[in-house]
Design a protein around this ligand. Structure first.
Ligand SMILES: [Ca+2]
Ligand SMILES: [Ca+2]
Length: 404
């Protein structure tokens, strides 16, 4: 019974118990071979490398299970929820687990900490620790290319979707100026799908498009070259609709866009570190009061070695706050010096539109649909100018500013 008490304490500490019960998962006390535990929510399993372990995920009757990020040596039985095997290599492994049933979809995180002879790597996920120091240094240097550039020209672009006929158009941008409007060749995607985020998920320099079904939460990634779809992948994971994709950016500095999640119930943050459509590892971040809304993802100051940060806007005061991040952890924050826009103005996109390596902010007026670019130098707006064109009719929406 030691295991269940430890897990329950952990859940209490994380304040997650209520959400999980609602989601249909319950703690399981079964004890099998050597090490057994756990379960849903966020849980940690300490083991020795090479030691056999069994972890049983327990969801509602008839649930099927998946796990993403299992280390070599462990396997999941999707029908029973049993994860069995032995972790060959010492390390800390973050695993995303979920149970899917008629009652809905619940997910949690499982951390397996495998101790070995050598000190275990602090890195979450297996791959990073094997890299030589030089490669790590190269990977963590600031990425020159903005994550929202469809044309690999060093400047972010704007993806529009028409809420009525669902056409997709990419404006190739140079600062405030739209150089051209390009229809994508991906065809018309139905109304139950939404553009969840734009980012270069595979690191080839071209922005890609993440779709999410508003009915099921299923996700599809389009890998782009310019406005054309090169290939697409259905993501194996599904996350319940109480979590929303808040944006995409390179939170760990490996040159690939990652997915920022936020719970619409608790305000909890979660980052999926991506390699293309594959979630390599993930970290949960702080819980932030829901009076603060995520307006965009971008790095305004260069802090965190160029890694993506988060732009927050307070629903009450309209204050703008930039968080500087390292992975899912905030390093510090700054209030933006200009914050005098009223509620009629909404942030429609964040990206590097001027090509100076720092994020800028596009605003759109809810009444006139005019667009204004704040050209930013750090946390200071050095120029606010209308776009050219200066407005677009209401039915055109961006990922960050859907019509609701
Ligand atoms: Ca790409
Ligand atoms: Ca990344």
């Amino acid at each position: 019974m030691h295991g269940i008490h430890a897990a329950t304490r952990l859940l209490r500490r994380l304040g997650l118990a209520a959400a999980l019960i609602w989601a249909g998962l319950a703690l399981d006390a079964a004890r099998a071979s050597e090490t057994v535990m756990i379960l849903p929510g966020d849980a940690e399993v300490p083991v020795k490398a090479g030691q056999r372990l069994t972890v049983t995920l327990r969801g509602p009757e008839g649930a099927s299970y998946w796990a993403e990020g299992l280390p070599d040596g462990l396997a999941l039985d999707a029908a029973s929820g049993r994860i069995e095997g032995a972790v060959g290599r010492a390390g800390t492994y973050g695993i995303l687990v979920a149970a899917s049933s008629d009652a809905g979809l619940a997910y949690g995180t499982l951390k397996i900490i495998a101790a070995g002879e050598a000190p275990s790597s602090p890195a979450s996920g297996a791959a990073a620790s094997a890299l030589p120091a030089a490669a790590m240094a190269a990977m963590s240097s600031p990425s020159a290319a903005p994550m929202q550039s469809f044309f690999r020209d060093g400047k972010s672009d704007i993806l529009w979707r028409n809420a009525i006929n669902h056409e997709l158009v990419i404006w190739r941008m140079d600062g405030t100026l739209a150089l051209g409007a390009n229809f994508t060749n991906g065809g018309i995607v139905g109304a139950d799908w939404r553009v969840a985020a734009v980012g270069d998920f595979d690191g080839d320099g071209y922005a890609d498009i993440l779709w999410r079904s508003i009915e099921t939460g299923q996700m599809v990634m389009w890998f782009m070259v310019g406005p054309n779809v090169k290939s697409f992948t259905v993501l194996p994971q599904m996350v319940g609709l109480t979590w929303e994709v808040a944006g995409a950016g390179d939170f760990n500095g490996d040159g690939r866009a990652d997915i920022l999640w936020r719970s619409i119930e608790t305000g909890q943050l979660l980052v999926w570190f991506m390699n293309g459509a594959h979630c390599v590892s993930f970290s949960s971040g702080p819980i932030v009061d829901l009076t603060w809304r995520i307006a965009g993802v971008g790095n305004f100051t260069g802090a965190g070695n160029g890694k993506a940060g988060i732009l927050w806007r307070c629903r009450n005061t309209r204050a703008l706050l930039a968080w500087h991040m390292d992975g899912a952890a905030p390093l510090g924050f700054d209030f933006l010096s200009s914050q005098n826009y009223d509620a009629m103005w909404e942030v429609m996109a964040v990206g590097d539109y001027t090509g100076n390596g720092k994020a800028d902010i596009w605003w759109r007026h809810r009444g006139t649909h005019q667009m204004v670019l704040w050209q930013m130098d750090g946390i200071h707006c050095i120029n606010a100018s209308f776009g050219s064109p200066a407005y677009l009719s209401r039915e055109w929406e961006t990922a960050a500013l859907p019509i609701r």
